[in-house]
Design a protein around this ligand. Structure first.
Ligand code: ADP
Ligand code: ZN
Ligand code: ZN
Length: 713
């Protein structure tokens, strides 16, 4: 239930021994719902006759959450001021959030009995299906995943084979580590591996700060090998977009077994299976996105979080947590090290490393010996432009393609044009439900709002003045693709954005083509910025990032710097030297100059000083009370009332303010900002305040939520 409290129940069953971490079915009002025991006690504040009894223990004496998990989750609901029920359910696989879901039995493996072997050697007629299954076991025990690929009726065939004792089953064994040697580590890599390795067995935070291509993944692999060799479990968390088949096959090849993979795209059955595999200790290594953090791992000895600056580590709705911060908390609770890897540390991590709370390991050289790409800044005021790309950049693209190399054009905006407007009267297509323009998608002849997904047909003429004068303003990747295709008709052109890479496997198909090495042009959004190794790309053109330079969001500059470095990191990763062209209207912008001349660390130091001077995070601590409703008045009433009851103390409340995008999906969004100079000043006041909010008379009319350590406004 989305309620910020725990509930007491009485156990009247004698056949189970209630323990924290067990699932129970309990009455709640008139309904029966599933709950999880978080604490067992001899007493209650409620009188005995008021206590309802537990109806059922669906898993008997088994627990779904260990005491370690419960400790972490308790910290989460206290720190993030969120409803315990939602926090706990977030940590369970979806099937176990329903009373009907059952904990799967330990996975088994099947192997032939001696009779089975005999039968396979002298197969009688008419039992082809059985022989096919037996064939599969010729080289040893197999799992159901392997048998499933043999025939669709494998289950039936198998149970017949087992009845007749041709086949036996036993609990699966953990996958065996069977590593192959990686490359000889460079000095910087070896230092990092040694220093991090020395901290195994105790809590320690490490920042692995390595330029793209410096061999961070190689460092992870060495550490994982150490941990797995000692019989430990380990977890690698990656951003949504980072979980590619290339990454997996690299890990599988190097370690000699297949890690368990989890992400939100898996089916519920697959997620349950992964959960059971790690909980039983059978799976030693998990690679997953954000939510994998909460998997039960009894022998967890190392957590690695790759691309720690990535925004997808923060859950942006419901239970809004930072998986990076919770991962650090989990490591602390377990007394194990955690490695945060990135080429562009977030300001939070940067500050923790700069103040020696984290150990800072720098990898400054590219591991393949490739040099860092060279930057060239183009002042757009002096350029002739066509379709968003300057003539100088066009010329550079042409030269790159002539040499048989690949060029990448980056623009973080999909569609044909971000606005469609009437040249006669100035009308433009705005979303009816958001404070945003509709993006023109030419191929599908649609106008699409990228914030609420509402769509409309592109009108034939101006709906305002009926003139036949509609045209796009600005560029998106679709338009760049068209323009470049015209300019370079001979060159294959691959577009990477959410419109072209909708289907599963499409990204890999496209990137295989890029890796084949033939000259081609890539156009894409930030999908192209992360982690991919395209050795033949020697030129990167950044079409436009100017918006971030003067944004109202104080984090925009940090994000711009991160994105620029990541995109630039795509250039010249192999033997060929790389060049990056940045088009901008502000070539004299100071942060830009620092980033280009002195690198990310200097850029981050500058931002850090500015944040400190302005008392902004990470030099202060924030929480938002967000609220939205159809009616602006109700939102403001609620926030004003909430502000009135904010307790006195060192933390200060500001607002109400409209959200950066005030209207979204038809709802008006405002917030209060609470800020304090220390974490310990922020939390006691929030703890007093938040429980009162549901009782405010205006609270029923709005939706509201608390966001601790907010990332957007
Ligand atoms: P990162 O994760 O920092 O981007 P990777 O670990 O993917 O870097 O390494 C980039 C490339 O360099 C990969 O092709 C990798 O195989 C190679 N590499 C990494 N370490 C070494 C090394 N010590 N010697 C030679 N090649 C290396
Ligand atoms: Zn018009
Ligand atoms: Zn919209």
């Amino acid at each position: 239930m989305p309620l910020r409290q725990l509930f007491d129940y009485l156990n009247t069953k004698n056949d189970v021994h209630p323990q924290a971490g067990q699932r129970i079915v309990v009455p709640f009002g008139r309904r029966k719902i599933l709950g999880v025991i978080v604490e067992v006690s001899d007493t209650s504040e409620l009188p005995l006759e008021k206590l309802a009894s537990v109806i059922d223990f669906p898993d008997g004496d088994q627990v779904v959450l260990s005491s370690e998990s419960l400790r972490l989750l308790r910290w989460c609901w206290r720190y993030y001021k969120h409803a315990p029920g939602e926090v706990v359910f977030n940590a369970l696989p979806p099937i176990l959030r329903k009373a009907s879901g059952v904990i799967p039995p330990p996975p088994v493996q099947y192997s032939m009995t001696p009779q089975g072997k005999e039968r396979l050697d002298k197969p009688p007629g008419r039992i082809k299906a059985q022989i096919r299954l037996l064939e599969e076991m010729r080289d040893g025990a197999v799992t159901d995943t392997q048998l499933r690929s043999v025939s669709s009726s494998w289950r039936k065939t198998l149970s017949r084979l087992m009845e007749q004792q041709w086949v036996g089953s036993e609990t699966q064994k953990a996958a065996q580590l069977n590593p192959v040697d990686g490359p000889v580590l460079l000095d910087e890599q070896q230092l990092a591996v040694d220093a991090i390795g020395e901290t195994l067995g105790g809590f320690h935070c490490h920042l692995l700060d390595g330029v793209t291509g410096s061999g961070k993944t190689e460092v992870y692999l060495c550490l994982l090998e150490q941990v797995l060799k000692q019989g430990g479990q380990a977890m690698l968390l990656v951003p949504e977009i980072g979980l590619t088949p290339q990454l997996l096959s690299r890990f599988t090849k190097r370690l000699g077994f297949e890690p368990v993979v989890t992400h939100s795209g898996l089916s519920e059955g697959q997620r349950l299976k992964a959960w059971a595999m790690v909980k039983s200790g059978l799976a030693r290594l998990v690679i997953g996105t954000r939510s994998a953090l909460f998997l039960p791992m009894p022998d967890l000895q190392l957590i690695i979080l790759d691309e720690e600056h990535d925004a997808s580590f923060k859950q942006q709705d419901g239970f809004r947590y930072s998986s990076r911060d919770v991962a650090v908390k989990r490591a602390a609770g377990l007394g194990i090290p955690i490695v945060l890897g990135t080429a562009t540390p977030s300001m939070e991590t940067f500050n923790n490393a700069a103040s020696n709370r984290y150990s800072w390991h720098r990898l400054r050289k590219r591991a393949t010996g490739a040099s860092e790409p060279r930057w060239r800044v183009l002042d757009l005021i002096q350029q002739t432009m066509s379709g968003g790309i300057s003539s100088t950049a066009m010329k550079a693209i042409g030269q790159t393609l002539d040499k048989g190399e690949q060029a990448l054009v980056f623009l973080n905006r999909r569609g044909y044009a971000p606005v469609i407007l009437c040249h006669e009267c100035g009308w433009h297509a705005a979303c009816q439900r958001c404070d945003a323009n509709m993006t023109w998608h030419m191929a599908t002849r649609r106008l699409l709002c990228h914030h609420c997904d509402s769509g409309a047909r592109v009108p034939d003429m101006c709906p305002e003045c009926s003139a036949d004068a509609l045209q796009g303003a600005g560029e998106g990747t679709e338009q760049l693709e068209q323009m470049l295709a015209k300019a370079f008709p001979e060159t294959p052109l691959l577009r990477f954005d959410r419109d072209t890479v909708r289907r599963k496997g499409e990204f890999d198909r496209l990137s295989e083509q890029v890796k084949s090495g033939d000259s081609c042009l890539l156009v894409g959004t930030q999908m192209l910025a992360k982690g991919h190794h395209f050795p033949q790309v020697t030129l990167v053109v950044i079409v436009n990032l100017d918006q971030a330079l003067y944004s109202a969001d104080f984090r925009a500059l940090e994000r711009m710097g991160q994105l620029m470095v990541q995109v630039a990191g795509r250039a010249g990763r192999d033997q060929l030297p790389g060049e990056v062209i940045l088009q901008t209207h502000y070539p004299q912008h100071e942060s830009l100059l620092t980033l280009l001349s002195s690198g990310y660390e200097a850029f981050a130091s500058d931002i850090s000083r500015e944040r400190q001077a302005a008392c902004l995070p990470p030099f202060s601590y924030q929480a938002l009370l967000r609220s939205d409703a159809h009616d602006k008045g109700e939102v403001r009433d609620f926030l004003n009332q909430a502000k009135q009851c904010f307790p006195a103390g060192d933390a200060v409340v500001y607002g109400p303010f409209p959200a950066m995008m005030e209207r979204r999906s038809g709802r008006t969004r405002w917030y209060l900002l609470v800020q304090a100079n220390t974490r310990s000043a922020l939390h006691p006041q929030l703890d007093q305040w938040v429980p009162q909010l549901k009782n405010l008379s205006s609270a029923r009319k709005v939706r509201w939520s608390v966001d601790v350590d907010p990332q957007d406004y």
